[in-house]
Ligand binder design. Sequence first.
Ligand SMILES: Nc1nc2c(c(=O)[nH]1)N[C@H]1C(S)=C(S)[C@@H](COP(=O)(O)OP(=O)(O)OC[C@H]3O[C@@H](n4cnc5c(=O)[nH]c(N)nc54)[C@H](O)[C@@H]3O)O[C@H]1N2
Ligand SMILES: Nc1nc2c(c(=O)[nH]1)N[C@H]1C(S)=C(S)[C@@H](COP(=O)(O)OP(=O)(O)OC[C@H]3O[C@@H](n4cnc5c(=O)[nH]c(N)nc54)[C@H](O)[C@@H]3O)O[C@H]1N2
Ligand SMILES: [Mo]
Length: 822
Amino acid sequence: MELAGRSRDRIAEPWGARTPYAAGERWPTRVDTYLSGDLTPADVDNWVQSASILHSNGDALDIAVKDGAIVGVRGREVDRVNHGRLGPKDLFGWQANASADRLTAPLMRVNGELVETDWDTAMNRITSRSRELLDKQGPSAIGFYTSGQLFLEEYYTLGVIAHGAIGTNHVDGNTRLCTATAAEALKESFGCDGQPGSYTDVDHADVIALFGHNAAETQTVLWSRILDRLDGTDPPRILCVDPRPTPVAARAAVHLAPLPGTNVALMNGLLHEIISHGWIDRDYIDAHSVGFDELRSLVDDYPPQRVAQICGIDADDLRAAARLLGTATKLLSTVLQGFYQSHQATAAAVQVNNLHIIRGMLGKPGCGLLQMNGQPTAENTRECGADGDLAGFRNWSNDAHVAELSALWNIEMHQIPHYSPPTHAMQIFRYAEQGSIRMLWVSATNPAVSMPELARIRSILTQERLFLVVQDIFLTETAAMADVILPAATWGEKTGTFTNVDRTVHLSGKAIEPPGQARADLDIFLDYARRMDFRDKDGYPLPPWRDAESAFEAWKKCSAGRPCDYTGITYDTLRGGSGIQWPCNDAHPAGTERLYANGEFFSAPDYCESYGKDLITGTPVEPTQYRASNPDAKAIIKAAGYLTPHESLSTEFPFALITGRTLYHFHTRTKTGRAPQLQKAAREVWVEISGSDAARLGVTEGDLVEIASPRGAINARARITAIRDGVLFVPFHYGYWDTDNGAAGGPHTRAANELTLTDWDPASKQPIFKTAAAQARRLSHGDGSPSSAPTTTASAPNTAGIPGTAGGPAANVHETTIGAVR
Ligand SMILES: Nc1nc2c(c(=O)[nH]1)N[C@H]1C(S)=C(S)[C@@H](COP(=O)(O)OP(=O)(O)OC[C@H]3O[C@@H](n4cnc5c(=O)[nH]c(N)nc54)[C@H](O)[C@@H]3O)O[C@H]1N2
Ligand SMILES: Nc1nc2c(c(=O)[nH]1)N[C@H]1C(S)=C(S)[C@@H](COP(=O)(O)OP(=O)(O)OC[C@H]3O[C@@H](n4cnc5c(=O)[nH]c(N)nc54)[C@H](O)[C@@H]3O)O[C@H]1N2
Ligand SMILES: [Mo]
């Protein structure tokens, strides 16, 4: 039965109406629609199919177009991912497309000043510098730093240009800051990237464990699905592992709030309890895995008392959490930045894989494992080899795989660099700092705000000897330092595909024309290739395709026979219905819900994407060693002892500083800061601090606080919350492009990354954003008004009387629910 729709302030109620359902039932449908002003669906000229570009959930939606402009969005009822629902960023974020300060023409630095120019002049400047560097220094003088926010077709094109046509090893994405650990953990345990689980596991699970993942704020529609289970019959029980009082923690049966950076100890403690109680599936372990004995003997050293002490938690809580995990019959686990952006990131994430392997909980409904992605298209950066991997999850240290690529691209094998692991982003910046990389092409990422230790990043990017190309849609903090700026078309203005966390591929259509001379990233990359006159062995243009669909068709050939097989998907099959999960091929024409259902893995020595690494040192495992230890395509159980965080707390820097997200903003806010409802919900930077720490420092709500680390200092208004004592949290969204956001302090006193350190996990090379040592002091008392931190989220205030975050009429969203509604 269709109930009349109703409107709801989706800033005040980010997750919308509840539509409860019971275990094993289908998640009910709820279609969310937001149209600007007083428009109704009858006013819309046409709807263009797409999916959300502001997180990795892949919420399918239609873009409403009127008079050649985007005027709103509506969730796609038929899609497997969201069943019609949208989150606040999906609903309001599109408004940035029409922002008056979009880049509309190329810019070039002339005598130190950025001046407008035309495409010919800008591109010629880039190609002449490229040729000069290739002649003088060779391919290694050129580096590419891309994104998790372009489309599959764009990454594949960039990968072919960089790895194939130019032959540089220096290609990576901001995915290094984001999901490098997800990829690495999957490679370590299953021999290959690729998400085992499915979102439908939420419908079946009896326990859902979220490890360092604030899904309520970062995947709001996924959290809505979990909330609907929690309100239905047979609700699952939730385990939350997070030092902050997140909305996830508020609904948890057990909340463990470990000291930042102690995840490996915590996981070893949980595994210790699970193994010693015999909550394991011995048959599954014997049939489908290698390495169990090593794990058992290592976690022997992690009894609850010891772990409780390391993590600063109660031993009984740890026991309760282990019982929850150990007695679950259908366990769904998710892992994200609380684990990934840490000094033992891969080691910690791998222990979650181990949990599923030793409990035999893979590939069955409800037994899901999601080593989460963050960005909307990060999966594609990884698949297509624009992130320091080789295209199609191929193994750079397996010559046969490199030979496949050289045949596909019709170039000599030696042209594809595979003499050493692909250069990771932190190393690319290091090479630029040292001067061996002389040209850096940055596309769809804003490192001047998002990378660690910003003072250093600024000094690298402003060097005279570095030729910096920035391809963006706005004049960002990074673009402001560029030699050439290329204006890009974005989501809604170009066509392409992208793949969400649970391998669901969506098509995103071109709804409107880009502003001014802005061009699709794909067209920019192809234009560069043509102007450089890149050719294959037979003299044909490389890459040979000319538009999105032909690029997709070429990618399908590259993916054929690999785990991420797209051969059964076409643009046409993606039109009209739901997104489709890879692998999709002759054997699985409708796509594949879960990987590893038969207990076979992609880990055969000749097939795997990686032979793995030592979790402590990051040293690659030798092919012969891998072959000997795992000849039969089994899952690999890897153990790791706990090491203390690299930067330890001291009397000078006594606080553990963590950084991360709030529900209403996306990254460096280039889009959400330009969407009025979202910007108003979280105007300026704040710092979260516990009540007793605040009292000790004489800080009350809204006071201006200076937070300093050995790298720098920022000023932020205080929000007193139930965060654990000794821990500070600062959102990393606030850079410097909008001067009206908070007046506090001098030129570089706002961005969280002024404080973070240049250091990374040895295996995944993901930088550490979640553990640094810091100090805090009150600069001045506020005027009595609260900080701008939202009240609806992990930053909910302890202090009474603070008005709730709300969006008012401008944030009214229409919800149409099929079935019961609460
Ligand atoms: N609203 C919003 N949603 C987003 C994004 C966004 O910018 N805004 N970005 C998208 C992207 S790219 C990503 S990568 C994801 C990230 O999504 P999440 O990983 O969910 O977000 P974060 O806030 O970075 O970190 C998650 C939690 O880790 C906790 N944490 C910190 N240190 C530790 C630790 O040592 N151990 C444990 N167990 N937990 C710790 C923090 O308290 C925080 O609540 O979100 C995606 N979705
Ligand atoms: N301290 C701290 N730092 C962090 C994190 C943290 O938790 N704490 N998280 C890290 C993580 S997980 C991530 S993913 C990164 C994100 O960091 P960034 O990637 O730097 O963040 P964004 O603001 O999303 O930058 C994307 C840029 O691409 C532009 N853009 C958008 N669409 C298009 C397009 O179609 N084409 C082109 N050419 N440009 C486009 C946007 O305007 C924007 O400038 O930050 C990382 N940094
Ligand atoms: Mo991310």
